[in-house]
Design a protein. Sequence first.
Length: 307
Amino acid sequence: MENIPQPVKIAALAAGASYVVMQELDNRYALWSDFKLLRKLTGYRKQVVNGFKENQTIVDFWYTTLKEVGPKKKAVIMIEDDGSSRVFTYGDLEAYSNQMANFFLKEGLKTGDTIALFMENRPEFIGTWLGACKIGILTAMINTSIVKKGLAHCINVSYSKGVVYGKELEEHLKEVVPELNGIAKLYCQGGVPAISGAAQIETAIKAFPTTLPNEGKEYRKGLSFGSAWGYIYTSVRLARYHSCVLEEGVERLTLLETGHYWSPQSGRHLAQQDVCVRWRYPHGVLHPADGHCVHLLVSFIRIENID
């Protein structure tokens, strides 16, 4: 140490002090996580620009990702309440979404129609709206905390031709069935339905193929980077219900990004190396003070590991 020049010692001490300070700031404010997110967003921006130039839809991005990672890569890991887990690979999501798309077509749904989705976290949630997207059907995703008149309002105002719901939420839906305006198609996922006339999805889709001719492109003719593919209905403190129109492009910081998947009842989280999908958006974007619908433009699905 005695032979080390004084300026070098000072520089080393300054570097060490800076490291300690930055480490403390990172522990408090998660600066490193923000930096990694910024790097990811820079890459996402390039993809968004390319998507705009090539007029790609969310389904086009899905197939690009599927080809990049392959069908055997894990896409979603669901931790059940009893501690067991279910794994959906990219191939599983592709097969399930194709079955849902074929099932919807058989049910008479067509491009431009809307289907309501009222379900807790599970891989089938993703497969359902992805299948709808493939044939140009919009998905009205309804917050599971919305019940009674609010639930009926959200389904009716979206002009949904049917409702796909989770068995765990059946009692809430059953309560408002008489208030639904002419919606005759009800589909239960996760168990045998108790609502008269409702179909059990697990049984219904078994007979349908796991492939979709030409990736369903004929059903998406006329759809562009700016076309709507769904809505989100969420409740706010003012007890009003707002919808957010999800379009193919990107306008705000609204992405499908990987994160932790969890069981809603047990709250069990997965480790960071596990893969799933979550929404990331600025909190205030969904709740405008004037109660108007906000257009959130979402360009693609990007499912990847968190480092």
